[in-house]
Design a protein around this ligand. Structure first.
Ligand SMILES: NC(=O)c1ccc[n+]([C@@H]2O[C@H](COP(=O)([O-])OP(=O)(O)OC[C@H]3O[C@@H](n4cnc5c(N)ncnc54)[C@H](OP(=O)(O)O)[C@@H]3O)[C@@H](O)[C@H]2O)c1
Length: 164
């Protein structure tokens, strides 16, 4: 599985249910990677989307403990095991873990690649991703040039798992 996230300097990813920053180049990167593939998210992340609905042209898998929860256009799963079983039905698709904090933490052990958009700034945050720079299990394998948007400098960084 592949983790995709945008983090600030402190590996913060969210604040009060929202992203830290919404940059169009980052959104395009996310769309290009995930379109025609599978995205796996927590119920809170689904509800943080601007329309609070599944993203088009992707297989949306939403995790919730609530067996009454309904969401048109998404596959609902109630455990990690159910997600792992479900994605087996789509062997030709890439499987992206798209957040938020709890889902990143639960699925990081299943991921061998992480696409991280790194903001060179810090923001107020209440939700974090594990710092992959500080983990001996991950190695930075690619870093893009630096871009700037809305006064925020950022780059696209790829990490690969080196210890399983
Ligand atoms: N920077 C980024 O790239 C990025 C990406 C995505 C999200 N975010 C941010 O992250 C924040 C949300 O993260 P979060 O950790 O609060 O919430 P979350 O991970 O999006 O969703 C948590 C919910 O998912 C369900 N869930 C998670 N694991 C489950 C499991 N094993 N079995 C069943 N259900 C499970 C539960 O739903 P129920 O409560 O319904 O049971 C849980 O309350 C927001 O601020 C969002 O903007 C940032």
């Amino acid at each position: 599985m592949i983790l995709i996230a945008a983090v600030d300097e402190n590996w913060g990813i969210g604040y009060q249910g929202e992203l830290l920053a919404r940059l169009s180049k980052d959104m395009n990167f996310f769309r290009t990677k995930t379109t025609d593939n599978i995205i796996i998210m927590g119920r809170k992340t689904l509800e943080s989307f601007p329309k609070k609905t599944p993203l088009p042209n992707r297989i949306n898998i939403v995790l919730t403990n609530n067996t009454q929860y309904a969401c048109e256009g998404a596959i609902l799963c109630h455990s990690i095991a159910e997600v792992v079983d479900t994605v087996k039905q789509y062997p030709d698709k890439d499987c992206y873990i798209v957040g938020g904090g709890s889902v990143y933490e639960e699925f990081l052990p299943y991921c061998d690649t992480a696409y991280i958009t790194k903001f060179a700034s810090s923001f107020p945050a209440d939700t974090y991703l594990k710092n992959l720079d500080a983990s001996h299990e991950w190695e930075l394998t690619h870093q893009s040039e630096t871009f700037e948007e809305k006064g925020i400098s950022f780059s696209f960084v790829t990490y690969k798992r080196v210890v399983s």
